[in-house]
Design a protein. Structure first.
Length: 83
C-alpha cells in the first residue's frame, strides 16, 4: 500500500479512506458502530473537498500573463475619475 499512497494526492487519499469506511459498514453490527463509520466517511469526504478547493485552480487563470493582468488593472478608472 505504501507505493500507491505516495502517488495519490491528499484528496485522493481522503476519498480512498472514506470508501474504506463505507465498505466496513456491513461488517459491523447495526447501531453506533455503523453510524461512526458513516460519519468518518463523511469527514474524509469533507476533507477531500476542502483540499480540492484549496489547491490552485486549473490553468484557465494562468492563460493571461501577469503583465497583462497588471496593465488591465491599471486601465480601470478610479472612483474619483468616474464623476
Amino acid at each position: 500500500m505504501g507505493d500507491r499512497t505516495s502517488k495519490e494526492s491528499p484528496g485522493e487519499q481522503y476519498r480512498r479512506l472514506a470508501q474504506a469506511c463505507l465498505e466496513m459498514v456491513p461488517t459491523v453490527q447495526a447501531g453506533e458502530g455503523q453510524d461512526a463509520l458513516i460519519e468518518m466517511a463523511r469527514v474524509w469526504l469533507r476533507l477531500a473537498e476542502s483540499y480540492d478547493n484549496s489547491i490552485a485552480p486549473p490553468a484557465s487563470n494562468e492563460t493571461r500573463p501577469v503583465m497583462q493582468q497588471q496593465q488591465q488593472q491599471a486601465r480601470r478608472p478610479k472612483d474619483d475619475e468616474k464623476s
